[in-house]
Design a protein. Structure first.
Length: 294
């Protein structure tokens, strides 16, 4: 793998949804998440990270070093035990082995970072229990995402649907259809802000230039292999990246985020497509380069 990144980055993701539910809330019957005080739509960081993980697994799953640690159908214990085997320690004897080898924690961490892309990127808490404490440590990842928030208030709609497939024989004798419902957002443009720390990449996980290129690719394509009827039409419309000249940065992140303006072209009409907005970016401070992708 290439050397760890040497430049700090911040980024803004603009993505939209049309006639879909971008991130349902199980506490409200899977209704799209909404800030109750502003009616702005929300999408959690966990939801977006899941889609990035799925993209990387889809396009790089057969390549060494690009496996996914947090994935469907694979217990975390299995990957943690694999790390123990790689450093020559029985999982059940890990606690005692750490008392004899003060570098064992670092060896386990380095193995997990080298094997799993999402640990190198987002970090992980790798502590589970199997035949005693199975602890591969905690890793703070260099890449962090915030919640996505819609640019304008959204109006979730509950759509009633019918189906001709009846669940039970008894119900089939009484009726020919069954009723159901689904929630949609007619249209919403969402904005998510993120950070990439070159300092953590160098000191902790080894997140590299190759990893960074894959991250941008995964963000731009994270909805392309995730289509479903429930999510409607979702797409990343633009990825705006701020590249600092140095490892520790050349300007505060909040000032760079404030430089991105997303304005509705006609405030009197409800937005129904990305072209109803104009996206502009202010001039950058010294030492920061703005790169627009998408």
């Amino acid at each position: 793998m290439s050397e760890p990144i040497r430049n700090r980055y911040e980024f803004v993701i603009l993505f939209d949804v049309e006639n879909g539910n971008p991130n349902g809330d199980p506490d409200t019957g899977n209704m799209p998440r909404v800030d109750p005080e502003t009616n702005l739509g929300l999408v959690t960081d966990v939801c977006l990270k899941r889609k990035i993980r799925n993209y990387v697994e889809t396009v790089r799953e057969d390549e060494p070093g690009y496996r996914i640690y947090i994935k469907d159908g694979v217990p975390l214990n299995r990957s943690d035990a694999e790390a123990c085997a790689a450093v020559g320690v029985e999982p059940s004897k890990l606690k005692e082995a750490k008392k004899k080898d003060e570098n064992l924690d670092a060896k386990l961490r380095d193995y997990m970072c080298s094997e799993f892309y999402d640990i190198r990127t987002f970090g992980a808490v790798m502590t589970t229990f199997v035949k005693g404490a199975l602890n591969c440590g905690q890793v703070r990842g260099p890449v962090q995402l915030g919640f996505a928030r819609s640019v304008d208030p959204i109006v979730p709609q509950e759509i009633t649907i019918t189906r001709v497939a009846i669940t039970t024989e008894a119900d089939a004798e009484k009726k020919g259809t069954e009723m159901g419902s689904k929630y949609i957002v007619p249209y919403g443009l969402y904005r998510c802000e993120g950070y990439v720390s070159a300092n953590l990449a160098r000191k902790v996980t080894g997140f590299s230039e190759d990893d960074l290129s894959l991250l941008w690719e995964a963000i731009l394509g994270m909805f392309e292999h995730d289509h479903s009827a429930a999510r409607g039409n979702m797409a990343v419309r633009e990825l705006i990246v701020f590249r600092h000249a140095g490892e520790l940065g050349n300007a505060p992140a909040y000032k760079l985020f404030r430089a991105v303006h997303v304005e509705r072209n006609d405030p009197s009409r409800a937005p129904r497509r990305f072209e109803d907005y104009t996206v502009t970016v202010d001039e950058m401070p010294a030492g920061v380069e703005c790169i627009r992708m998408g």
